[in-house]
Design a protein around this ligand. Structure first.
Ligand code: LLP
Length: 418
């Protein structure tokens, strides 16, 4: 459920008409509903209320500090993968004791920064990284709380680019090496093994893969405890799928019902790293039709947003629902490619997509763009990044301003002898 609804053919975000916001800020822009963000966080949080748990929002899904702040106010932690994401999470007021640091290429500088902030734990992805964290922690005369990210080798049945828990994947440590690595970690003075971690992929639409992998890591946690390790956290990662078009996505309580019993006797706090499920359907991208163009074989709707603004269709062939912001009665349906101005054939927001006839100047909403939308956007083709607007009831706030042409060259320098 979300707060983007049509009333008499006009799209609203909470109590505001999307077309009125477009009038004020111009297009394209990202638009988020505060209500939806909060509700989605609460639904996930409440689904696991019977079990001690921490919901860490995956900052890569949506990194805007205002959004992180409103989730922090709800009690969210954060899953970060870089010094930049850690900086954002802290700036937003997220409690460092609820921050987990994942990612397989942490630098010594990033490790030191996170240790000084007192984060909950590092999710460690290789034995060399384990050694480096030990070294940095010892230099700071401290101990780093760690979990090893294990690769449970389960098929999450999702797009290959976002599957992470298979044998072939670059992520995590093989399950069969995990025990030995933990024993190494236990002996190193700069490390304190406190958890186990997995993340098997993203946009997963069934609980089966989670059940298989959680069973494996909960068994691992038990074995580690028998070796005397003080394992207090089982981090089940993220990846809970959502509805983009007609997918059937399980609700959070479905996962809770399936997974909580597997973790019940673990005596551990469950950590979840949830991105898409919280912010995906809490945001849309609003774009304006520039031209209709009839090619020899295809009909194109050229809009002012492009792959640099939302790369998911180009990168994963992801299908997002696209509808006019104002629906005209009786508009005939046509099959079109919705394309942007970028000079790449892969620059499309939809292909062979059935949509009502539209004309230049019409506004379109690209739905389910609140996760991996703005956060993956770029300046390709020297296009300024678009603004982000947050609606709360009848109020709209600019939470990121549209970049200017000057912003595009900020940080660049022309050598004096040129
Ligand atoms: N934890 C870790 C370690 C992750 O790598 C990710 C996402 C998450 C949690 C959150 O996953 P979520 O709950 O949002 O599915 N750009 C792609 C998704 C890449 C996901 C990367 N890792 C997309 O647009 O579909």
């Amino acid at each position: 459920m979300n707060d983007f609804v049509y009333r008499d053919g006009v799209l609203f975000c909470e109590e505001l008409r999307v077309q009125d916001i477009a009038e004020k800020v111009g297009t394209p822009f990202y638009l988020y509903s505060r209500n939806t963000l909060v509700r989605h966080f609460q639904v996930v949080d409440q689904a696991f209320s019977e079990t001690p748990h921490i919901v860490c929002f995956s900052v890569k899904a949506n990194s805007n500090v205002a959004i992180l702040r409103l989730l922090a106010n709800e009690g969210a932690g954060a899953d970060v993968v870089s010094a930049g994401e850690l900086f954002r999470a802290l700036k937003a007021g997220i409690d460092p004791k609820k921050i987990v640091f994942a990612g397989l290429g942490k630098t010594a500088g990033e490790i030191e920064y996170a240790l000084r902030q007192g984060i909950l734990m590092f999710n460690v992805e290789s034995s060399q990284e384990l050694m480096l964290i030990n070294h940095v922690a010892q230099n700071l005369d401290t101990q780093a709380p760690i979990a090893l990210r294990v690769n449970p080798d389960v098929d999450p049945k999702t797009h290959p680019y976002i599957a992470t828990g298979l044998k072939q994947s670059k992520f995590g440590l093989p399950m069969k090496e995990a025990m030995a690595e933990y024993e190494v970690a236990q002996k190193l003075p700069g490390l304190n093994p406190v958890g186990v971690h997995q993340h098997i992929g993203s946009q997963i639409l069934e609980s089966g893969p989670f059940e298989d992998s959680v069973q494996k890591i909960s068994n691992l946690a038990k074995s580690l405890k028998l070796l005397g390790m003080d394992i207090r956290y089982i981090n089940i990662g993220g990846g809970f799928g959502i509805q983009y078009t007609d997918e059937k996505a399980p609700a959070p309580d479905h996962y809770a019902l399936a997974l909580a019993p597997l973790l019940a006797d673990s005596d551990c706090t469950i950590v979840m790293e949830v991105g898409r499920m919280i912010s995906g359907n809490a945001g849309i991208l609003v774009t304006k039709v520039l031209y209709n163009k009839q090619g020899e074989e295809k009909r194109f709707v050229v809009v002012d947003a492009a792959m640099n603004d939302l790369i998911r269709p180009s990168l994963y062939k992801a299908v997002h629902q696209i509808s006019p912001v104002v629906r005209e009665d009786g508009a005939g349906e046509v099959k079109v490619d919705v394309v942007g101005p970028v000079c790449e054939s892969a620059d499309f927001l939809a292909q062979d997509y059935g949509m009502p006839e539209v004309k230049p100047g019409d506004l379109l909403a690209v739905f389910t763009a609140g996760a991996y939308g703005f956060s993956m956007s770029s300046n390709y083709n020297s296009r300024p990044r678009v603004p982000e607007i947050l609606v709360s009831g009848r109020k709209a706030y600019v939470i990121r301003y549209r970049e200017t042409l000057e912003d595009l060259v900020r940080g660049e320098a022309i050598p004096q002898d040129l």
